[in-house]
Ligand binder design. Structure first.
Ligand code: HEM
Ligand code: FES
Length: 761
C-alpha cells in the first residue's frame, strides 16, 4: 500500500527541458523514432507540459492518462480524429467531389450518445462470439505460412501481417472481401489524412484516396442493405439497428463507422504484431522460449502491447477548467496523451524498459485506452496476435531479424515498421502444421503468469526470522531488476501466497527475502519455517512496487517496526548511495529479534535503534512534531504503528508513504457475506456479485478489464468510482478514512456493497 498525504508539489524541470517542452513537436525525429524514450525525461521532471509548437498539452504519466481516460465528460473525445494537417481549399474540393461526409464514430463522440450507441453495438465483441474468428485466423495464418516457409526470407509485413487482419476484420464486419488491396490503401490514406503531416502534393493524393474510400464504402454498404436476411457480421447488426433504432444508429453513422472500423481493426493489429515480432526476435532467447513454452504466448503478447503498442498516443479536449496533477488546464485545451510513455512509467511497471514476458501486470497497459472508450475489438486484436506468434514460433524457431533499417510512416499516433524482413533456413511444408495451440480469448489469466525459482540458501538471522535466497530456475530468463520498496509474491506448495519485500542481495541475480514466523498468521510463514528446504522449487510473481521511493523528496525519515525493516534496507542503501539526507529508525522488541543490527552502518550512517525490552521505546509524537515541513516519512511495520504515523503525519503536514502486508485471511465466507448487484455505468449492464465472489472476480469473468495487482486491498489498482447507491463496506488499506466515508470510490478486490450500486471504471 502506498499513501501520500502531501499535496502534490509542482515539478521543477531544468531550463533546457522547459525550452524543449515549448518546442516539442510530435513530428520531430525523436518522437517519430521512439515515442516511449523520447518523453522519458519529461515523464520524470515535467510530466504534463504545454507544447507551444503544437498547441497541445502533452501528458506522459500512467496515472494521469488513466484518470483522463476515465472521465469522458470532462475530457471529451471529440478531437480524436481531428486532422493534424488541416484541409486546404484544394483538398476540401477533392473530398467534396466524392460527397465525403465522414462524421462522428464511436471513438470520437461524446456522452450520452456515445454510450447509447456503444451499448447497442457491443454484443458482437463478446468473447463467447469470437471463437469462429479465432479458428478462421489460425487457418489463414497456417495457409499463408505454408506459402512462404520454403523461401527462407520475407518481409513479414507484406506477406503475412498486412493481409490477414483485414480479412479477419471484414469477416467480423460481414463485409465481402473482394477488394482487399483497395481497402488497405484507403486505410493508409485515412491514417495519413488524420494523424500525418503530408506535403501539399501528398495531401491531394491522400484526399483522393480518402474520397474514394468514402465512396467505395458507401457502395458496399448499399449492396449490403439490399440483402440483410440471414446475414451475420457487425455491419449487418448495425444495419438492423439502423432500421430498428434510426435515432441512435443513423445513416451517416453507418457510413462513417464502415470507414473508421477498418482502420481501427486493420492497421492496429498488423502493426501490433510487427512490433511484437520485431522485439521478440531482437532477444532471440525469448523467441526460443515461446517455441518451447507456447503457453507463455498470451502473456508475451500482452507484454509486447505494453512495451511497443501500435497506438502510441491519443487525444482528448478539456470541457471545463480542471487541474491534472497540479497543472491547470483550461476549458477547450487539447491534450495529447502519450500511452507509449505511460506504459513505461516506473511508478506502474517495475523495470519498465525491459521486455519481460513473465510480467503479470502487463495487461494494465494503456494501449487499448481505458474507460468508456476502451477498445471494443481488443480481444480480436489479441487472438490474432496470439495466432501469428504461435504459428511462427512453432514452425520457424530459427527465425531471425534480417539486416535492415526500419522506417515508419510519419504520423503522431500509429507506430510500427513499414517492413519487417526476417530470415531462416528454408523448410518444406510437413504434415504437422495443423497442430496449432488454441488460447483462451481475452486477457491472459494473471494467476498463471509465474516465474520459476529455486531456493539456494536459507539462513536463520534473528529469533523467528529466516533469510531465504532465491535464484531463477530458468536459465534463459534471469530475474528482473527491481527498485527499493519492491516485493515478490511466493506461491507455496500448500496453496498459500504470501508477499515479501525484497532485501539487498550480494548476488544481483538472486532475490533475498526475510520471513518472520507469525504466530497468528494463516500458515504461510510457518510452512516456510518448517518445510522449505534448499533446492526446493517455487513459483513467484513480481517484482512489483507499491511502495516506491520518490525521487525528489528531501529529507527522508525511514521508520521500520519489526520485520518492516525489509523494504527499508534497500531504501536506505539507495539513499546512501545517492548521498541524500535521511534517517533510519528501527524499532523492535528485543535485540535478538532484530535483523542485521550490527551491520546497519552498511545501509545508513547513524541508524537509530529503539528496543522496547531495553526501555527505549520510540515516541512518535515527539519525533514527528519537530520534523522540517517537507520531510517524507516512509514506514513499514505493524498496522497500529502505521496508523499512528499516518495520523501524526497529517497533523504535522508531513508527506507519508507506508506499506502493510497483512496476514489476515482474505477468503470470503459465503455464510457471512451478502450478495449484491452492480451496474456498470459505461455499458448499462448489471451484474450480480454472489456471496462467494469478489466484485473484481465478477468483472474479470465478464471480460471487463479492471487493473488489479494485489487482490488484498493493498495496492489501489482495482479502484472504481461509485456513482450511485448502496452502502460500501470498505475493506481495503488504501483509502483514507475520509475517502471511505465519502463512498465515492471502492476497491473491487475486497470491498462489498449492500443493495445495488452503479460504478464507473
Ligand atoms: C478504440 C487500440 C484492435 C475496434 C480503440 C482505442 C484504442 C484502440 C487506443 C481508443 C480507446 C480510447 O479512446 O479510450 C487498438 C489496438 C488494437 C485494436 C492496439 C490491436 C492490437 C481493434 C479491432 C477492432 C477495434 C480488431 C474491431 C474489430 C475498436 C472500436 C473502438 C476502438 C470500435 C472505439 C470504442 C469506443 O470509442 O467506444 N482501439 N485497437 N480495435 N477500437 Fe481498437
Ligand atoms: Fe490491489 Fe485491489 S487494492 S487489487
Amino acid at each position: 500500500m502506498n499513501t501520500s498525504s502531501a499535496s502534490k508539489c509542482p515539478f521543477h524541470a531544468s531550463a533546457e527541458l522547459n525550452e524543449k517542452a515549448q518546442k516539442f513537436d510530435m513530428f520531430g525525429p525523436e518522437f517519430q523514432h521512439c515515442p516511449a524514450t523520447a518523453l522519458q525525461s519529461f515523464r520524470e521532471e515535467k510530466p504534463i507540459f504545454f507544447s507551444e509548437e503544437m498547441n497541445y498539452w502533452v501528458v506522459t504519466r500512467y496515472e494521469d492518462i488513466r484518470e483522463i481516460f476515465r472521465d469522458p465528460v470532462i475530457f471529451s473525445a471529440r478531437n480524436v480524429l481531428e486532422k493534424f494537417t488541416p484541409d486546404t481549399q484544394e483538398t476540401a474540393e477533392i473530398l467534396q467531389s466524392y460527397d465525403y461526409g465522414m462524421n462522428r464514430t464511436l471513438v470520437n463522440e461524446d456522452e450520452p450518445i456515445h454510450m447509447e450507441r456503444r451499448r447497442e453495438l457491443l454484443e458482437a465483441f463478446d468473447s463467447s462470439k469470437l471463437e469462429g474468428l479465432r479458428e478462421l485466423t489460425k487457418t489463414l495464418v497456417t495457409n499463408k505460412v505454408d506459402e512462404f516457409i520454403g523461401l527462407g526470407k520475407v518481409d513479414l509485413m507484406a506477406t503475412l501481417l498486412w493481409d490477414i487482419p483485414v480479412i479477419v476484420a471484414l469477416k467480423f464486419l460481414g463485409v465481402p472481401d473482394d477488394d482487399i488491396s483497395v481497402l488497405q490503401q484507403f486505410g493508409v490514406a485515412h491514417k495519413v489524412n488524420t494523424w500525418g503531416r503530408p506535403s501539399l502534393e501528398e495531401q491531394k493524393h491522400v484526399a483522393t484516396n480518402v474520397g474514394k474510400f468514402w465512396h467505395y464504402s458507401g457502395e458496399v454498404l448499399e449492396r449490403m442493405k439490399q440483402n440483410t436476411e440471414g446475414q451475420s457480421g457487425w455491419m449487418y447488426d448495425m444495419i438492423r439497428k439502423n432500421q430498428s433504432n434510426p435515432r441512435v444508429v443513423t445513416d451517416n453513422y453507418l457510413h462513417s463507422m464502415m470507414m473508421a472500423i477498418l482502420v481501427a481493426a486493420h492497421e492496429t493489429t498488423a502493426t501490433a504484431t510487427a512490433n511484437a515480432i520485431k522485439h521478440l526476435l531482437s532477444t532471440p532467447k525469448l523467441w526460443q522460449k515461446l517455441h518451447h513454452q507456447p503457453q507463455l504466448i498470451p502473456s508475451a503478447v500482452e507484454e509486447c502491447l505494453r512495451y511497443a503498442g501500435p497506438i502510441v498516443s491519443w487525444r482528448r479536449e478539456a470541457t471545463e477548467n480542471i487541474q491534472i496533477n497540479g497543472v491547470d488546464i483550461a476549458k477547450g485545451d487539447k491534450l495529447f496523451l502519450v500511452m507509449a510513455a505511460a506504459n513505461r512509467d516506473p511508478e506502474q511497471f517495475e523495470n519498465p524498459e525491459e521486455l519481460d514476458i513473465l510480467r503479470d501486470n502487463a495487461s494494465e497497459h494503456l494501449s487499448f485506452g481505458y474507460g468508456a472508450h476502451q477498445c471494443l475489438g481488443r480481444n480480436i486484436g489479441r487472438l490474432e496476435m496470439c495466432a501469428f506468434i504461435e504459428e511462427l514460433t512453432r514452425r520457424i524457431p530459427d527465425m531471425a531479424l534480417s539486416e535492415q533499417t526500419f522506417t515508419v510512416t510519419p504520423n503522431t499516433s500509429f507506430h510500427g515498421p513499414e517492413a519487417l524482413w526476417v530470415e531462416w533456413t528454408p523448410k518444406a511444408v510437413q504434415g504437422t502444421e495443423k497442430t496449432s495451440r488454441t488460447f483462451p480469448i481475452g486477457n491472459p489469466d494473471k494467476r498463471t503468469i509465474v516465474r520459476p525459482a529455486k531456493v539456494v540458501a536459507i539462513n536463520t538471522i534473528a529469533t523467528d526470522i529466516k533469510e531465504i535466497i532465491l535464484a531463477s530456475e530458468d536459465d534463459t530468463l534471469a530475474f528482473p531488476r527491481w527498485t527499493p520498496g519492491a516485493h515478490i509474491e511466493l506461491h507455496l506448495p500448500n496453496g498459500l501466497k504470501r508477499k515479501y519485500s525484497l532485501c539487498p542481495s550480494l548476488n544481483a541475480n538472486h532475490y533475498t527475502i526475510l520471513v518472520k514466523q507469525e504466530t497468528h498468521g494463516n500458515g504461510g510463514s510457518a510452512w516456510i519455517h518448517h518445510h522449505l528446504m534448499v533446492g526446493d522449487r517455487l513459483s513467484i510473481q513480481g517484482p512489483k512496487n507499491f511502495f516506491p521511493l520518490k525521487p525528489h523528496t528531501q529529507p527522508v525519515l525511514l521508520i521500520a517496526g519489526g520485520i518492516g525493516i525489509t523494504p527499508m534496507l534497500s531504501m536506505a542503501e539507495q539513499l546512501k548511495h545517492e548521498n541524500k539526507e535521511f534517517r533510519l529508525l528501527y524499532c523492535g522488541q528485543t535485540r535478538q529479534s532484530m535483523v542485521h543490527i550490527n551491520q546497519l552502518e552498511k545501509f545508513a550512517q547513524a541508524p537509530e535503534l529503539y528496543i522496547s525490552s531495553e526501555g527505549n521505546r520510540i515516541d512518535l509524537e515527539t519525533l514527528l512534531k519537530v520534523q522540517p515541513p517537507k520531510t517524507h516519512i516512509y514506514s513499514c511495520g505493524p498496522k497500529s504503528m502505521i496508523n499512528e504515523i499516518q495520523m501524526l503525519a497529517e497533523r504535522y503536514h508531513l508527506a507519508f508513504s507506508s506499506e502493510l502486508f497483512t496476514s489476515e485471511s482474505q477468503t470470503l465466507d459465503p455464510e457471512k457475506e451478502n450478495a449484491f448487484e452492480v451496474e456498470l455505468m459505461d455499458t448499462g449492464k448489471t451484474y450480480s456479485v454472489p456471496r462467494d465472489k469478489t466484485l473484481l472476480e465478477v468483472l474479470l469473468n465478464n471480460d471487463i478489464d479492471v487493473p488489479n495487482d494485489c487482490a488484498e486491498g493493498l495496492c489501489g489498482s482495482c479502484e472504481v468510482l461509485v456513482v450511485e447507491g448502496g452502502e460500501i463496506d470498505h475493506r481495503d488499506h488504501v483509502l483514507s478514512a475520509k475517502e471511505k466515508q465519502s463512498n465515492q470510490k471502492m476497491m473491487t478486490c475486497c470491498s462489498r456493497a449492500s443493495g445495488k450500486i452503479t460504478i464507473k471504471l
